[in-house]
Design a protein around this ligand. Structure first.
Ligand code: ACO
Length: 322
């Protein structure tokens, strides 16, 4: 068995300066702070400036993660960037980040699994590192969902926000029990029309807007999340009792709470940022990790459980000994 583990060296985040509150949204569509808070737990979200693109957010988060790790760009030989809102159709947003950091060696590519993107990127990076192919990876989730929202559709525009989070993972031999312990990825394309964007390069030659059957997403979410977390517990012998922190994809407070109850995870172990960030899709987990690391909750040696579910449907989990 391979002894190399992917160990977290640092995390970082970036949120655009502009904020959009529920009260601001109530001036744009027929909604209210009360409705949004009660159904989703969201109070405010950040929105990228007109001249900010996804790679700008990603680059700022990457720099913060490198600073947290005490490493420089030259130490990184792989960038895996999860996004559904790339700067351009091509090249990959990851290569803009690579160029922005001044890295000219190694590889950089994008990965698209909508809200599950960070867990998919983490699993991909983990496998590259464990195989010995690369030494240190920036795993990034970065989104400008504000660009694919129909701002006249109250059923979707209140739910999402922009932001980026990044993690530095390092391949270590003899990691002393630390590192990514297990990852589990799932998808089921039969649900692809329940949460999608109604445009695209090959179908409409346009970008399109996000469309969602909210109740259908909600109906499937908790069961899928519980299944894939059970897979992570079964693979490692860990449990709701032994984890220190549960850092779920921040889509909706009700989904998070129902998942924690179903799995028997104590409320004080759940990291919540959806109230402040809204749903930032692939960026939500690293943003939440960075927040809980920066305020001293997540510490070296802690057992951290991640999960996400999103368009496709895609879903996945990861357990990390920090
Ligand atoms: N403000 C006020 N009223 C609204 C709003 C709004 N922003 N949006 C919808 N409504 C109305 C509807 O029109 C409907 O009115 P009607 O009864 O007169 O027809 C009423 O509220 C109830 O609508 P529902 O869609 O049934 O409301 P629901 O309780 O299901 O809540 C929500 C909607 C919040 C979207 C919920 O279904 C949900 O959380 N779904 C999960 C979706 C999600 O989180 N997606 C994120 C992406 S996927 C992921 O990341 C996991």
């Amino acid at each position: 068995m391979n002894a190399i583990r992917s160990v977290v060296r640092g995390v970082g985040a970036y949120l655009p300066a502009r904020m959009l509150t529920n009260a601001d949204l109530a001036l744009m569509v027929d909604t209210s702070d009360e409705w949004i808070v009660q159904r989703t737990g969201i109070r405010t979200r950040h929105i990228a400036a007109d001249n900010e693109v996804t790679s700008d957010l990603a680059l700022a988060a990457a720099r913060a993660a490198l600073a947290d790790a005490g490493l420089g760009p030259g130490d990184i030989d792989l960038i895996v960037l999860a996004t559904s809102t790339p700067d351009n159709t091509f090249p990959a947003t990851a290569v803009s980040v690579q160029a922005g950091l001044g890295i000219t060696h190694g590889a950089a590519f994008d990965l698209q699994a909508v809200c599950s993107g960070f867990v998919y990127a983490l699993a991909t990076a983990d496998n590259f590192l464990k195989s010995g192919a690369y030494k240190r990876c920036l795993v990034i989730g970065a989104e400008t969902f504000s660009r694919i929202l129909d701002w006249s559709d109250r059923t979707t525009c209140v739910l999402f926000g922009d932001g980026a989070g990044a993690m530095v993972l390092e391949a270590m031999d003899g990691a002393d029990g630390r590192g990514v312990l297990t990852t589990h990825l799932r998808s089921d394309g039969r649900h692809k029309n329940k949460l999608y964007v109604d445009g695209g390069v090959s179908s409409t030659r346009s970008v399109g807007f996000l469309r969602m059957e909210g109740r259908e997403v909600f109906r499937h979410a908790v069961g899928m999340i519980a299944d894939v977390i059970t897979d992570a517990f079964d693979a490692t012998g860990e449990s709701a009792q032994t984890i220190d922190w549960f850092v779920p994809h921040q889509a909706n407070r009700r989904i998070i709470d129902a998942s924690a109850v179903k799995l028997g995870i104590a409320p004080e172990k759940v990291v919540i940022t959806v109230d402040q960030h809204g749903n930032t899709s692939a960026a939500s987990i690293p943003l939440a990790l960075a927040a809980a690391h920066a305020d001293g909750r997540i510490k070296k040696g802690d057992l951290v459980l991640l999960e996400a579910m999103g368009g496709g449907f895609t879903w996945g989990s990861a357990l990390i000994r920090w």
